[in-house]
Design a protein around this ligand. Structure first.
Ligand code: UD1
Ligand code: CA
Length: 448
């Protein structure tokens, strides 16, 4: 049985941010969400998050029934943070897995191995370590030949000789809880930071073993924005490799970013300078980019998006978006449509085979199937106070430069003459001309 505790009470001074460190985002999820995600498959019996700095914000961002929050009202160090668990785990006799909330790239596999080694060797504690070429900033771990930990010294407390040791503490620990609980109350803050270090407890609990991680990148801790950017790069490489191996073509992968919340089907092609974010799903055969941003949107099969921005929207199979289109505010475009050059759709639904090819704004509009929206057609959806809807029936065609003043309904098979300003409803099968008649005055010429 294992209980998980995540340290997330610190402010993260080195981030120089008003946001608590663990809420900084890494490819669609916050640091602490990433950590939670990595422990999920271990099916912990309890998951406890230690919060302190801006506790309300941290809680609100990850709130879920199965999480327990433990407050550390003053942040006196990682050991002090774990001391807060004592009243909550009084009769607990199993293992405690402790993770720093700022170590977001851990693989579940690594945690499983750590826990397995812990159990097999009946250690009092087992800690994850790595050999880093640049161990700057990390606690150094000193072991004997059998990987038994002798000492952990924080970077700031190291002598110059100790700093030469490249084996670092990852901030991931497996403890036999009763052994840890015994030593926790006796921690002291005799160090350069005057903090209660969890690492001091580690060396007092009994036999402690170090497990070196295979891929050192997993243990990168985020203390400042440089490390955040490095972690982002590592995560991006992982995500892109995963999708390429799953059958997605990335053209010039370095210029593409993909949040780890995105789902892609095989034979999707992502062109350069394209960014896929949030809860985005793209089905087989679609070609996105170059130069596009898809955020929190669902795209069906064989959709193309060229130099366009699609947010919070749904696009059905076979539809072509762009170049230079903007879909937002829950736009829903049916199958085999075309939304083209300089068109903006906001909270608008289009049926199948409907075209809005040039220079239009459709806001709060519902259009049927096989509609043709002529170049420059605008729905005037806002009267200065409220937004209103425009309804357009099947097969209706609007002429160039028409304005549909909402609320207004055009029936099926309606024709709108170019340059019309439509303010009243138009029944099925009608032609509407809503503009002043052209006047010609022959022979009129300015008399100078
Ligand atoms: C810690 C380890 C160090 C290790 C490194 C790995 C200690 C003393 N040092 O150092 O050996 O190499 O992580 O990344 O543990 N936190 C609290 N309450 C506190 C202080 C911190 O919850 O009072 C949380 C922070 O929010 C953070 C985590 O603990 O998520 C680590 O704290 P941080 O100050 O970043 O420790 P490091 O100096 O990186
Ligand atoms: Ca840290």
């Amino acid at each position: 049985m294992v209980v998980v505790a995540i340290l997330a009470a610190g402010r993260g001074t080195r981030m120089k941010s008003s946001l608590p460190k663990v809420l900084h985002s890494l490819g669609g999820r916050s640091l602490v969400e990433k950590v939670l995600e990595s422990v999920e498959p271990l099916s912990p019996s309890r998951r406890m998050v230690i919060v302190g700095y801006q506790a309300q914000e941290v809680k609100a961002s990850i709130q879920s029934n199965s999480l327990e929050f433990v407050e550390q009202t003053v942040q006196l160090g990682t050991g002090h943070a774990i001391q807060q668990l004592l009243p909550h785990l009084e009769d607990y006799t199993g293992d405690l897995l402790v993770l720093n909330g700022d170590v977001p790239l851990l693989r579940t596999e690594t945690l499983k191995q750590l826990w397995q080694t812990h159990q097999e060797n009946q250690n009092a504690a087992t800690i994850l370590t790595a050999q880093l070429a640049d161990p700057q900033g990390y606690g150094r771990v000193f072991c004997n030949d059998e990987h038994i930990v002798q000492q952990i010294v924080e970077h700031k407390d190291c002598t110059p000789a100790q700093r030469q040791n490249c084996r670092v503490n990852a901030g991931v620990y497996c403890f036999r809880w009763p052994d840890l609980a015994k030593v926790l109350p006796h921690l002291e803050a005799n160090n350069s930071q005057k903090e209660y270090y969890l690492t001091d407890a580690v060396t007092q609990v009994g036999q402690v073993m170090a497990v070196d991680v295979a891929d050192y990148q997993e243990i990168l801790g985020i203390n400042d924005r440089l490390q955040l950017a490095t972690a982002y790069e590592i995560l991006q490489r992982r995500i892109k490799e995963q999708w390429m191996l799953a059958g997605v073509t990335l053209i010039d992968p370095n210029s593409i970013t993909i949040d780890d919340t995105v789902e892609l089907q095989p034979d999707v092609i992502i062109e350069p300078q394209t960014h896929l974010r949030g809860n985005t799903k793209i089905q087989a055969g679609s070609r996105i980019g170059p130069g596009s941003l898809i955020d929190n949107s669902q795209l069906g099969e064989n959709v193309t998006v060229l130099y366009s921005v699609v947010t919070d929207s749904i696009v059905q199979a076979g539809t072509r978006i762009g170049p230079y289109a903007h879909l937002r505010g829950h736009a829903e475009v049916g199958t085999n449509c075309r939304v083209g050059n300089f068109v903006e759709l906001k909270n608008t639904r289009l049926g199948e085979k409907t075209n809005v090819a040039h220079l239009s704004y459709l806001g709060d509009t519902t259009a049927g199937s096989q509609v043709n929206i002529g170049a420059g057609t605008i729905t005037a959806n806002y009267d200065g106070v409220k937004k209103h809807r425009t309804q357009i029936g099947d097969r209706t065609k609007t002429g160039s430069n028409s304005v549909l003043v909402a609320p207004v309904t055009l029936g099926d098979d309606v024709y709108v003459a170019a340059g019309s300003t439509v303010t009243e409803d138009v029944p099925n099968d009608s032609l509407v001309i809503a503009r002043s008649r052209q006047v010609i005055k022959p022979g009129w010429r300015r008399k100078v």
